[in-house]
Design a protein around this ligand. Structure first.
Ligand code: CTP
Length: 423
């Protein structure tokens, strides 16, 4: 289930004020790096409000953080003076992004359960801003199944995780669990949601979900697509500043905030809706699992089981992706390839055959990808590739959207110039 995080309009980019980062610090040894992290975030133009937990105080002095952030550090829900100046709900609204660094195993466990037992946990619960975490802990605490289950559940809600990195740890052990270095972390956060809006002013059309091809009034052919990946892509494109139209087959997901959804059933309806939505569009991302074939005839009445055997005649359904790629001029076209074997080879062939600008390939079957909250993608384009390792679908979608924006910038296509010429 993709939760609707970060759908809030990003005022920072609309009125050109500095992006506002609420930096939560929890009680891990990596907290000693946070004054540097504050400086790195501020170097990039952010306003930073620090909120510490009680245990974070054991590792870093509030005064140091106040000095580098230029703002009074918040620590308690019960501080009348601070609450009078900016109450915790106001603070939750103030933030364009919440970054918790370091995020301890204990804090992540509290987040999973939606606890509101201190100021930072309450803010994480009360904010509509995207939530980013930089986990840091002993390698065994990180690999413990309890922590890994918490990580999976947070990712599934759309929380972005940065790191941890591998290396020597403060406890003397070596392994995965180190917090990313402040420079890397600041870069990762700015490259992610909300703070850089590489698709501002662009229109993106996304297709998602399965299609249903009717056989008679009560039966249809369909597939296992849940729509989660396409919905995550639509949300990520919206966060990146684009106007987004999501053409969706029948799924059980709410539309991400700020996205215009057009509901369809069949491949033919999806074809019509996509082409209608493409007016003025700069990007088309075909994440839908569109039927390749549709019944040659739809029976007007329920088909009765009279004959001992039955043959269905199917005809090719319109290939929406190929039809969009054949428009002249055309938007930047991204396809998805779900393959059960020789993933990269088949995907590259599809990229060339359908004349796509980019293709995102994943392995399916054996419980992979379909209806899962996590996925991994190999993204290919003419002369390039990037491996997007296993992550929550929203996290992956954000990285895919960042790649699309980067490739578009490299090609420097003119914006909003789609004319309808169907082939
Ligand atoms: N697609 C589409 N219209 C169709 C079928 C597929 O737009 N009728 C798009 C999907 O949205 C996806 C991409 O094509 O982006 C890949 O679909 P797939 O069915 O795997 O590709 P095909 O070229 O049909 O190849 P295959 O022989 O593997 O089915």
């Amino acid at each position: 289930m993709v939760f609707a995080r970060g759908g809030r309009n990003n005022a920072a980019m609309n009125d050109r004020r500095a992006p506002r980062i609420l930096l939560g610090i929890t009680g891990g040894i990596a907290a000693y790096k946070t004054p540097d992290l504050v400086r790195r975030l501020r170097e990039r133009g952010a306003e930073v409000q620090v909120v510490m937990t009680v245990s974070a105080r054991q590792f870093v002095a509030p005064l140091a953080l106040q000095a580098v952030s230029g703002r009074e550090v918040r620590e308690s829900l019960w501080d009348p003076a601070a609450e009078a100046a900016m109450g915790h709900i106001e603070l939750a609204r103030w933030a364009d992004l919440v970054l918790v660094a370091p995020a301890t195993a204990e804090f992540m466990a509290r987040l999973v359960h939606g606890r509101a037992d201190d100021l930072l946990a309450t803010l994480c619960l009360a904010t509509a801003a995207p939530l980013h975490l930089a986990p840091a802990m002993n390698r065994l605490m990180w690999s413990n199944p309890a922590t890994q289950a918490n990580v999976a559940s947070l990712r599934a809600r759309g929380v972005a995780l940065h790191g941890p990195a591998s290396g020597e740890q403060a406890c003397g052990e070596t392994g995965e669990g180190r917090m990313l270095e402040p420079v890397e972390l600041a870069e990762a956060v700015f490259a992610g949601v909300g703070l850089s809006r590489p698709l501002a002013g662009r229109k993106v059309v996304v297709s998602a979900g399965p299609t249903r091809e009717r056989l008679d009034p009560v039966r249809f052919l369909t597939n296992r697509s849940s729509g989660k990946m396409g919905y995550a892509v639509a949300q990520a494109a919206c966060e990146a500043g684009a106007e987004v139209v999501l053409v969706s087959g029948p799924v059980a997901l709410p539309a991400p905030p700020g996205v215009t959804r057009v509901d369809v059933e069949s491949a033919r309806q999806m074809y019509e809706a996509v082409h209608a939505a493409l007016r003025g569009a700069d990007v088309y991302i075909g994440a839908a699992a569109v039927a390749d074939y549709e019944p040659a005839q739809v029976a007007p009445e329920k088909i009765k089981k009279e004959a001992p055997t039955m043959t269905l005649e199917l005809v090719k359904a319109p290939d929406i992706l190929a039809s969009v790629a054949a428009l002249e001029p055309r938007p930047f076209v991204v396809g998805f390839a779900a393959e059960t074997q020789r993933v990269e080879e088949h995907a590259r062939a599809k990229l060339e055959r359908k004349r796509l600008d980019m293709i995102a390939a994943n392995r399916v079957g054996d419980g992979l990808a379909f209806d899962r909250d996590e996925n991994a993608l190999t993204v290919l384009w003419d002369g390039g590739r990037e491996e997007l390792m296993t992550a929550g679908k929203l996290d992956l979608a954000r990285r895919l959207v960042a790649l699309v924006a980067a490739r578009m910038a490299a090609q420097s296509r003119p914006a909003s110039n789609v004319v309808h010429v169907r082939r």
